[in-house]
Design a protein around this ligand. Structure first.
Ligand code: KG4
Ligand code: ZN
Length: 376
């Protein structure tokens, strides 16, 4: 089964091509440069950029998957000429002949950004008479752990129950995963959110702290880089909900405390202590993530641990998770490539493949984006 996957839930325009669960191509056009000066994602800018780029991104995914006889240069990040747009159309036409199923992110995410991907997928499904599946973005992140390369490697297995920590800019959740008896062949997983953030997501907290420190957007990667130079602990930050039995998270108090502790500092003092401040904040966020995840492991005794989402690109967090896995003697899976952590269409195509095996089709005439789609 050949799948074209499309993902436009936030600020990355993504398309991927899969052969069953084998990934043939994965194209990500990041809009960071456009949103940077605003200090965060501006939905209207995201929508316009997705609209301008989506066809070129799909054409690029087909070219890289070798699904097109055309091979010529075109741009993804800026306007193409009419001549180039015609070529892009031809590549898509050629590529679509090989495709059986189109998978698209339905939600959660930014409504007007999601709509670009959903409308493109619907149009292609109708025009080329293809099957359509709607995918939950969070399920995509969770199962990004199972993406295989173009020769079907690696073979990874989840033992049930499994417990996934998903941490990104939009969500922070601990998800218990079980499988329906007998349906395991079709990868029909059952999800239960056992803990989640009551306010900011972990990635969002890192982005906000970076903004306070004048480090730009997105904050997570810059904080990671700067924190590596840290030598001492400067601030005493709170441990949100640490004394409670809840598995929920809260990061807004952490951010507020951070703000109040440095608000009277001069620019020079902040700059001089940048590495230690970045590290203090990052450590507090990660220790909070680990503390509740550990509590969840003790409570649910999972046989496999999974972690996913943009913040998992962070090597310090990955190290902490590996340590926790050793301590709790539970095997841990994390996405194998950096590009599978942050938003991508490969993970959407993989979930799309599982849903297609179960014939869970969406109607190309009526499918609508769902910005608040739940994980069930
Ligand atoms: O999964 P993702 O690409 O998008 C959402 O679905 O939200 O996650 C984006 C988030 C941003 O908050 C970004 O700062 C964070 O992931 N992030 C990182 C790193 N790379 C991206 N956080 C910490 N360290 C990183 N290296
Ligand atoms: Zn995401």
């Amino acid at each position: 089964m050949k799948i074209l996957a499309i993902e436009t839930s936030c600020d990355d325009t993504c398309a991927a091509v899969l052969d069953n669960d084998w990934l043939l191509s994965n194209v990500i056009s990041s809009q960071t440069d456009l949103h940077k000066e605003w200090g965060g994602v501006v939905p209207d800018i995201a929508k316009r950029a997705h609209t301008a780029r989506i066809n070129a991104v799909i054409a690029s995914a087909f070219t890289r998957a070798k699904f097109s006889i055309y091979n010529f240069k075109f741009l993804i990040n800026s306007e193409n000429s009419n001549y180039q747009n015609e070529k892009i159309e031809k590549i898509i036409e050629e590529g679509m002949k090989n495709i059986d199923v189109i998978a698209v992110t339905q939600g959660p995410g930014l409504a007007i950004a999601l709509a670009v991907g959903v409308n493109t997928a619907k149009e292609l499904a109708v025009k080329y008479n293809k099957k359509l599946v709607a995918v939950n973005h969070i399920e995509g992140h969770i199962l990004s752990n199972l993406i295989k390369n173009r020769v079907g490697k690696p073979e990874r297995k989840i033992e049930f129950p499994a417990l996934c920590l998903t941490v990104s800019g939009g969500h922070t959740k601990i998800v218990l995963i079980t499988n329906y008896e007998l349906k395991i062949k079709n990868y029909e997983f059952k999800y239960k959110v056992v803990g989640e953030t009551l306010d900011d997501a972990a990635g969002e907290a890192l982005d906000k702290a970076a903004k306070l420190l004048g480090l730009g957007y997105p904050g997570g990667p810059v904080i990671e880089r700067i924190a590596l130079q840290s030598r001492v602990t400067l601030l005493k930050l709170p441990k949100p909900l640490a004394d409670k039995k809840t598995l929920d998270y809260s990061f807004s108090g952490l951010k507020t405390s951070f703000y109040y502790q440095i608000k009277d500092w001069s620019k020079e003092k902040i700059n001089k202590n940048l590495a230690n401040l970045a590290n203090d904040f990052q450590e507090s966020v990660f220790e909070t993530l680990i503390r509740k995840y550990k509590l969840a492991i003790e409570r649910y005794q999972p046989k496999t641990l999974l972690a996913a989402g943009g913040v998992l690109a962070n090597l310090t967090l990955r190290k902490k998770l590996r340590k926790l896995a050793r301590e709790t003697k539970t095997p841990l899976l994390m996405p194998l490539k950096k590009e599978f952590n942050t938003d991508n269409a490969a993970m959407i195509g993989l979930v799309g493949y599982y849903k297609a095996l179960r014939s869970e089709w969406a109607d190309p005439l009526t499918l609508d984006r769902d910005p608040r789609l739940d994980l069930i």
